[in-house]
Every structure is written in structure tokens, then in C-alpha cells.
Design a protein around this ligand. Structure first.
Ligand SMILES: Nc1ncnc2c1ncn2[C@@H]1O[C@H](COP(=O)(O)OP(=O)(O)OP(=O)(O)O)[C@@H](O)[C@H]1O
Length: 937
């Protein structure tokens, strides 16, 4: 690591530089005098006035001596690329492409190096990233991982002071757009007959310099002493202090970056316009502009490159401007150079067969197969730093780079699924089959990011079943859907013996007891020790739960995923607000892509250094990130893409966790069930027992329902309806939503008709996340909530007609999407009887042609109801009770007035009941940060 230069050292270097410049000038002048004929003609007559014109004829012109003293660049030069011979300078200042070195010589003397690929001023680089030896072309070929590595090097370069200035100028120019803004009207007016844009797609607008030559349009001489002014640096811009001059003002107005400050009555410009302005000013009679301190090279460059012979009669010097930019992937086949203007660079670009110029973005792009060639040549341009594509990209797109694949979309072969249960395979929708093919082409490592409700579960089970020989399988899921997954395995893999499915319910259970082991995120981190030997096949549902690398769940899961052979991540919303959230999921699928977060952060999170450290909350190069993900990590289809393959309604039965029912509630439920089946009870007593059972079910389900709602919100579900029946359930849900500050409305029996309409509108128009908490009986008709496409039934209701009506609050005119309906069903509660009852009734209605809906076709677990004699009895009782006149009313009233706190069971719904076990409590604390991860900082 070098130390920064002292002031004294800097002065000495500058003095030596000046001496060298003077010597060089004298020498050249002497040579000019010795060749009067040639000097009469002037080198400019041997040179094309505008190198870009020549470029259009397929000739590449390259200045031979960028180390020429006159532009003030003291960087040592590559003698092979730029012969120091002065006669060469005079005659061969521009060179044909065939004369251009195609690669930088690798045998440079240590004191003669070019700086292509180096980020000056290296002294400004942020610390924290290992230093890299960057001198010399051959080092450029080594592709420092990405620009950030270069920038991050704590490196002090003793020869880069003026260059540092130039770099600063260019950084302004290379800001987000990469090119200075342009005045198209002016361009049309002032365009010279340049052919620089020929042979490219779109036309290249003439450069500012050319416009200014025409604008000024004056002979190249000056009227001495008329009007004097000077340029003053002002941050990233410069200001011109000079009295009024009409011609000069016209020049100012032609510059794209112009800005007039009425307070100081001065014009100021970005450094990109410095050269053109100085050049134009030199051509105005009577105007003398003192250049910016330390930027004399710009002036020389400006005058000489426009064909004006400097007083010394010396050949044109190259522009001192240091341009810096990066390569960015813009499609599977092409990359773009995101860099500001450089004459040499444009000439080089024009040598590429696949070049394209985009007039809108003003950027050049090329086929990936020309990437290596281009980069090799760019490395030989001393004043250009074009950062390469990250290595990860060149590996992911190796086929395109080597020209073995030019297909605009990836070719995914059809997988042989003969080893997977035919029931599953034949049920796959075409897009689901394509998803399985993609996963197998990716060797079982992918992020399946299909929109919600598109059937990620069935696809994941199919992919995992393809690798069945490598099982035991681990399935990590939010705790609210553990049992739904169990049911899905039973449904889709009939070949799997149900006893081989192990749902881990407590921290004492074994994680490896089954062939299929289903565990919640939270329990996984507790059972980490049981992960040896590691699982070879792992499914992670709602993988965005891993987005925060600091969480215990992430720390437990990521190492496991890195070593697993197959990793199937599922998420409808892999990132909700920023690319940083994707990092752990990418790491899990492709551990070698970005082993260090910093590299990912610099490229895709717009990383910025702040006084407190690095800020990775932004985003950058998102198009490229998407391409990389689609190529090698992620498959994502939106509902709209596959709508024609989807049913209008998709129902899902969600088995909610019985583990969340407290011991007291469980005892109360059992007592009520017993009461219903006890002999010699009167009808009234049985009915009372049924009401109690129903009420206790409501109470028992509250924590699971709330957890499920919060899981949905965390998963990015923006708007949905939650139907419940008991007041106590509706109250608990709204209370929790208030606590979490989630926007919501509530409509129940106490809501007036006028308010219902208002609330409905409020929900419909709400732009962000919103939940409508609705009473099944009071809000099942007359309301439209078509801005949502998901309905959750926290409770079941015995009348399927009412459920259908409730579902249709979203499934109605105005709804353009397929809607998802989730029924939350709790085992060991009244749901055991209500669910089959509902199915039975719907079946009957269907047979009578009164209902098109068949629940069992689109829901898991049709075998949910286990018919032993006791259960049958309760079921019959339910059926009878609900069919009798007036029963509904009695049950409804009982539900409305049910207050568990007033029951004589001593079982109250306090905070701890809601939040359940200590594990749950912790989980709820996690959700307290909900706001922070759903909205950008
Ligand atoms: N090919 C299919 N055949 C029958 N039912 C299907 C099929 N695909 C999906 N389903 C059903 O559609 C419903 C939604 O599927 P699933 O829960 O897997 O969606 P998802 O993509 O995981 O949604 P989310 O992101 O909301 O969890 C389920 O009830 C599922 O059984």
C-alpha cells in the first residue's frame, strides 16, 4: 500500500513535468523549423479534420502519442502502442485499424505503463477491499472483479495528480445517464455533415465540438486584448467570468450543460463541456479565456483536435479527459458500454461488427461474442477505464460469450418425469410442467418465484420427487402452513407412505424421523444440531423469510442450503423493497455467484459509503440483475402470463397448527365434544354443547388465524379479505392489525349501511397493503372488493351458499385475475365436522345442478374427515342442528355474544394466548418491524 504524496513531492513532480514539457516543445519546434514545407502545410492538413468522419470509412484513427507533453498528462506511456518517434507523430498520428495493436503488449518496462483499467485517482478509493496490482495492460486483462474493487483499493499513485482532476471531471459526465444531456434542436440546426453515425443502428448525433465549430464559424485567429475572462472551478462544474459578448453567449447557449446564475450573472457548465467551450472561445475574435488551473490539456486538445494549429505548430494532442464507465448486460446476447464520450473509444466501438447505437440512451451495445475483443482493445486506451462485466456474469453467460448460444431465450429441455407419481405429473398445468423442466435443467437448484397461487407447492413436490433417490427431504415452511404441506404430500404423492411424513411440532421432536421432514423456520434454528449429516434435498417455502442474514432462521438455513445438492426456494415475493433482500436467496441457490455481499451490494444495491458505513439500501443495474437471475437462478411467472391456464377460483384448505391450541382450550373443546355424544342428553343440552364447541373452536383458532394473516402480509400479499364469524375472532384480528399498524377496515353486523359503502370504497382505493375484516354473515353480499384477489376464511360456516357469496365479494365483474380462496381449518375442533359438511352439501348442490363448484377438486386433504363412530355422531348432530329451522339464528346469536372471558373455564384470551408460546412471542416481535421491510427507507 502506498502512502499519499506530500505537498513537497507533488510540487517537485509538477516542476519536473513542466520542464519535460518545455523540453519536448522546444524539440518539436526545432523539428518544425527544419521542415518548412511541412510546417507550411501544417500537420492539420495531413490529418482528418474530424476523426469520426474517417471512422465511417472503416478506418480507425488513433492518436499515437497520448503522452505528448502538451496535454499535461504526465502518465508514463506504453512505447509499443505509442511510438515516441516525432516523425511518426507527424505522419502517423492517425492509424488504420490494421495498424492498431489488438492487445496490449505484456512486456512493458515497469516505468512505462498505461493505465487502462485503472481507476484514478486510486488514492481516493475507499478502504476495505483488498488491494490489487493494477498497473499495466496485462493486469487489466485479469479483470479485477468489478469497478468497485478498483475503487475500493487504498492505493496512492504518485503520478496521477492531474489525472485525478481529469477523472473528477469525467465522473460528472459519467453520472447516471452516462452521457451529457443534449439539445436536439440545436443538434439539428448545427449538425455538420459528419458521417460518424453511419453503419450503426440509429444515428449518432454530432458531437458538441462539431456543433461549436459551426456555431462559432470564425477563422482561427484572435483579435488580441479585446475581452478577457477566465474559467473558475466550482465543485463539479466550472464558471466563466467574462464581460458581455454576444457571440460568446451564443456559444454558451449551445452547450448542453449550461446553467445561468442570475445572482452572480455568470454562466456555468459541467466539465464535459469544458473542451468544446474553450475551443469555440479560441475561435471567437477578441475573446481570451484563461483556462482552468490544471486543465490546460483540455484547451490544447480542444484547439488541436478541431484542426486549429496551436501556436507552436505542434501536432494535435489527445484529449486529457479521462472517461470511466462500465459494461452492463442488457439482454441475453448483448452488453452495453455505459461510459461517457471519448473520441478514441467511439472509434474503437466502430470497429466492432455487432455494434449498435441507441439514440435514446446514447449508448453503444455489442454482442457478447465480441466482449473479449472489445475489452482487450479498450485496455490499450490509456484514458479510458471501462470496467468489465462481473465474473459471475461472464460465467453465467459463457455460452453467449463463446458464441455457442445466441438464442434470445434459454433452451430448456423436457425432463423425463417417469420416476414421479403419475397422478402428480398428469395434474401439472403446462406452465407448471415448464417450471419443473427449468428446475431440472438447473440441476435442482432454483428460486421458484411464481406469483401467489400459481401452484408452487405442486411444482416443488414434483421437483423434489424427481430427486427422490437422494432423500430424506427437508421442507422448511412458515409454521402456519406445516400441515398444509403434509396434506399436499399426501395428495400429490400417493406412493409416499403417510407415516414417512414427519411434521416437526416441538423443539423436542426429531428432524430426521421421516423420509419427508417438515419443519418451521423457527424450529429449524433450534434443531440446527440435528442437521448433520446434512440433507441433500431441501425445499424452503416463502424463502423471502431468509432475507435478513442476521436472523437466526437465516443463519441456520443458509449453511444448510449451501451444502445441499438440491435447493428449491419458493416465494411469490422474493424481494419486496430492495435488491439486497435477494442476496441470501441467491447465495442459497448459487453460493459461488457472490460469495461476498459487498460485491453484490456495489453492483446491484447502489452501495454508497456513508460516515457510518456502507449503505446498501438502494438499487443499481436492475436490468442486468434480472437477466442474471432469469438465466441461472430464478423462474417467475405472473398470474397474467398464465391466466388462460388457471381456473377462475383456486381454493386451498390450510390446516392450521393444532400446537397452538392451549391446554385449557383443548380441554374445553374435548368437554364440549363429549357432551354432544353423551347419552341421554336432551336435544336442548346437545345443542348447547354444540354451540359451546363452536365457540371454543373460534377461540382456539385465534392465534393461528392471526399468524396466518401476518404471514400473508410478510409474504407481500397487499390486499385481501378475512372472513370470520365470531365477534371475538373479528375483534382479535382487528386489534392485531391495529397493533401492527396495518391499514384495515371492518364490517360486521353493527356497521351501518352508509358506512359499509364508504369502508368498501376506502378499501378499493387504498394504494398499499390493506385487509378487510368481514363478518361472514353480515358482509357476504352487496359489497364489491374486486381490488383484492384473495379471500381468507378464518372460520368455517355451515352454510356453503353463504361461503360462496362471501367468496364472490372478490370474484365479480371488475376482477381480471384468478382469485385465491384459503380456508383455514383446525384439527380437533368443530372444523373437523364443518369442513366435510360443507363439502357434502356442495356435492349435493352440484349433483342437483345448483352449484358448479366442486371443493374437493381444488383443495388439499379430501380425506381430512376420519369417520370413527364418535365423530360420525357429532357430524350427524351438526348436520341435524343446522338443518333445523331456527338453528342458524340460535348459533349466530350465540356466536355474536360469545365472550370467552366471561365463561367459567378460567381460560381467557389474553396477550399470551394470542401470541402463544415463547417462540410465537419472538416471532411476533419480528413482525413488529413489518413497516420497515415493506416500504423503502
Ligand atoms: N395443477 C394443479 N391441479 C390441481 N390443483 C392445483 C394445481 N396447481 C395448484 N393447485 C391448487 O391451487 C391452490 C394454490 O396452490 P399453491 O398453494 O401451491 O400456490 P402457491 O403458488 O404456493 O401460492 P402462495 O404463494 O400463495 O403460497 C392449491 O389449493 C393447490 O392445490
Amino acid at each position: 500500500m502506498s502512502l499519499p504524496l506530500t505537498e513537497e513531492q507533488r510540487k517537485k513532480i509538477e516542476a519536473n513535468r513542466q520542464k519535460a514539457l518545455a523540453r519536448r516543445a522546444e524539440k518539436l519546434l526545432a523539428e518544425q523549423h527544419q521542415k518548412p514545407a511541412q510546417s507550411k502545410q501544417g500537420p492539420s492538413q495531413n490529418l482528418p479534420r474530424d476523426p469520426s468522419k474517417s471512422g465511417s470509412h472503416g478506418i480507425f484513427f488513433k492518436q499515437q502519442n497520448p503522452s505528448s507533453s502538451f496535454h499535461g498528462d504526465e502518465r508514463p506511456q506504453n512505447p509499443h502502442s505509442f511510438p515516441p518517434n516525432t516523425s511518426e507523430q507527424a505522419k502517423g498520428m492517425w492509424q488504420r485499424p490494421e495498424e492498431m495493436p489488438t492487445a496490449c503488449p505484456s512486456h512493458q518496462p515497469p516505468n512505462q505503463v498505461t493505465v487502462a483499467g485503472i481507476s484514478p485517482p486510486l488514492a481516493n478509493s475507499p478502504p476495505g477491499v483488498p488491494s490489487q496490482q493494477l498497473w499495466g495492460c496485462e493486469l487489466g486483462q485479469g479483470h479485477p472483479q468489478a469497478s468497485h474493487e478498483t475503487q475500493s483499493t487504498p492505493f496512492t499513485n504518485t503520478t496521477h495528480k492531474p489525472l485525478a482532476k481529469a477523472k473528477n471531471f469525467q465522473e460528472t459526465a459519467a453520472s447516471s445517464s452516462g452521457q451529457p444531456p443534449r439539445d436536439t434542436e440545436l443538434e439539428t440546426r448545427m449538425a455538420r455533415p459528419s458521417t460518424s453515425g453511419q453503419n450503426v443502428s440509429g444515428s449518432v448525433t454530432p458531437r458538441t465540438e462539431g456543433r461549436l465549430q459551426q456555431k462559432a464559424g470564425t477563422p482561427p485567429h484572435r483579435v488580441a486584448g479585446s475581452q478577457q475572462g477566465r474559467c473558475i472551478r466550482n465543485g463539479e462544474r466550472f464558471q466563466v467570468k467574462i464581460g458581455y459578448n454576444e457571440a460568446l453567449i451564443a456559444v454558451f447557449k449551445s452547450l448542453p450543460s449550461r446553467s445561468y446564475d442570475p445572482a452572480t450573472k455568470t454562466w456555468n457548465f459541467s466539465m464535459t463541456d469544458y473542451g468544446p467551450l474553450m475551443k469555440a472561445a479560441q475561435r471567437l475574435p477578441g475573446i481570451t479565456l484563461q483556462p482552468l488551473e490544471g486543465a490546460e490539456g483540455h484547451v490544447e486538445s480542444a484547439s488541436t483536435s478541431s484542426g486549429i494549429i496551436a501556436k507552436t505548430g505542434l501536432p494535435a494532442a489527445p484529449s486529457l479527459a479521462f472517461v470511466k464507465g462500465q459494461c452492463v448486460l442488457i439482454s441475453r446476447a448483448r452488453f452495453e458500454a455505459d461510459i461517457s464520450y471519448s473520441e478514441d473509444l467511439i472509434a474503437l466501438f466502430k470497429q466492432m461488427d455487432s455494434r449498435k447505437y441507441d439514440v435514446k440512451t446514447r449508448k453503444w451495445s455489442f454482442l457478447l461474442e465480441e466482449y473479449s475483443k472489445l475489452m482487450e482493445r479498450v485496455r490499450c486506451l490509456p484514458q479510458v477505464q471501462l470496467d468489465p462485466l462481473p465474473k459471475t456474469l461472464t460465467l453465467a453467460f459463457a455460452a453467449q460469450l463463446q458464441k455457442t448460444s445466441l438464442s434470445p431465450v434459454a433452451d430448456v429441455p423436457e425432463a423425463d418425469l417417469s420416476r414421479v407419481d403419475s397422478k402428480l405429473v398428469s395434474s401439472l398445468l403446462p406452465f407448471q410442467r415448464a417450471g419443473v423442466n427449468f428446475a431440472i435443467a438447473q440441476r435442482g437448484r432454483l428460486l421458484l418465484a411464481d406469483d401467489m397461487g400459481l401452484g408452487k407447492t405442486i411444482q416443488a413436490i414434483c421437483i423434489a420427487a424427481y430427486y427422490r433417490k437422494e432423500w430424506p427431504l427437508l421442507v422448511v415452511v412458515p409454521s402456519s402452513v406445516r400441515f398444509t404441506w403434509e396434506q399436499a404430500f399426501r395428495r400429490w404423492l400417493p406412493s409416499l407412505n403417510p407415516v414417512d411424513i414427519n411434521v416437526v411440532v416441538t423443539g423436542k421432536d426429531r428432524l430426521t424421523d421421516g423420509l419427508v421432514n417438515i419443519v418451521s423456520f423457527d424450529l429449524l434454528s433450534k434443531l440446527e444440531k440435528q442437521l448433520k449429516p446434512p440433507f441433500k434435498v431441501v425445499i424452503i417455502d416463502e424463502s423471502h423469510f431468509l432475507k435478513n442474514i442476521k436472523t437466526a432462521r437465516c443463519r441456520a438455513a443458509v449453511p444448510l442450503l449451501k451444502v445441499a445438492k438440491r435447493v428449491i426456494l419458493l416465494s411469490g415475493t422474493p424481494a419486496m423493497s430492495r435488491p439486497a433482500e435477494l442476496y441470501t436467496q441467491i447465495l442459497a441457490v448459487k453460493p459461488t455467484f457472490f460469495p461476498q455481499f459487498h460485491a453484490f451490494g456495489l453492483r446491484y444495491c447502489g452501495a454508497k459509503r456513508q460516515p457510518w458505513g456502507w449503505d446498501y439500501s438502494g438499487s443499481s443495474n436492475l436490468g442486468e440483475l434480472k437477466l442474471l437471475l432469469e438465466e441461472a437462478v430464478m423462474l417467475r411467472r405472473l398470474k397474467g402470463d398464465v391466466l388462460s391456464q388457471l381456473p377462475a377460483k383456486q381454493r386451498k384448505m390450510v390446516v392450521v397448527a393444532p400446537g397452538q391450541i392451549s391446554a385449557r382450550t383443548r380441554a374445553a373443546l374435548d368437554a364440549a365434544a363429549k357432551e354432544m355424544t353423551t347419552k341421554d342428553r336432551t336435544k336442548q343440552q346437545q345443542k348447547e354443547a354444540l354451540i359451546l364447541f363452536f365457540n371454543r373452536t373460534a377461540e382456539a383458532k385465534i392465534p393461528s388465524v392471526i399468524e396466518y394473516i401476518l404471514d400473508l402480509l410478510e409474504s407481500g400479499r397487499e390486499k385481501f379479505l378475512v372472513f370470520a364469524h365470531h365477534k371475538v375472532v373479528l375483534d382479535a384480528i382487528t386489534k392485531e392489525l391495529e397493533r401492527k399498524r396495518v391499514q384495515h377496515i371492518r364490517i360486521d353486523g353493527s356497521t351501518s349501511s352508509a358506512d359499509r359503502e364508504d369502508l368498501c370504497q376506502q378499501f378499493q382505493l387504498s394504494p398499499g397493503p390493506a385487509v378487510a375484516v368481514l363478518s361472514i354473515t353480515a358482509a357476504n353480499m352487496g359489497l364489491t372488493f374486486s381490488s383484492a384477489d384473495l379471500v381468507v376464511f378464518g372460520e368455517l360456516f355451515w352454510n356453503p351458499g353463504v361461503l360462496m357469496q362471501a367468496e364472490d365479494r372478490v370474484h365479480r365483474i371488475g376482477q381480471s385475475s384468478s382469485v385465491s380462496i384459503h380456508y383455514l381449518v383446525a384439527r380437533g375442533t368443530a372444523d373437523d365436522y364443518l369442513w366435510p359438511l360443507i363439502q357434502e352439501k356442495i356435492k349435493v348442490l352440484g349433483e342437483a345442478g345448483l352449484s358448479e363448484t366442486n371443493f374437493s377438486e381444488m383443495t388439499e386433504a379430501t380425506d381430512y374427515f376420519y369417520k370413527d363412530s364418535k365423530q360420525q355422531k357429532i357430524y350427524d348432530l351438526f348436520q341435524k342442528s343446522f338443518e333445523e329451522d331456527g338453528s342458524d339464528m340460535e348459533l349466530l346469536e350465540a356466536a355474536e355474544s360469545f365472550d370467552p372471558g366471561s365463561q367459567d373455564t378460567g381460560d381467557t384470551l389474553d396477550e399470551s394466548t394470542l401470541t402463544g408460546s415463547p417462540v410465537k412471542k419472538k416471532r411476533f416481535e419480528f413482525f413488529d418491524n413489518w413497516d420497515s421491510f415493506t416500504s423503502p427507507l
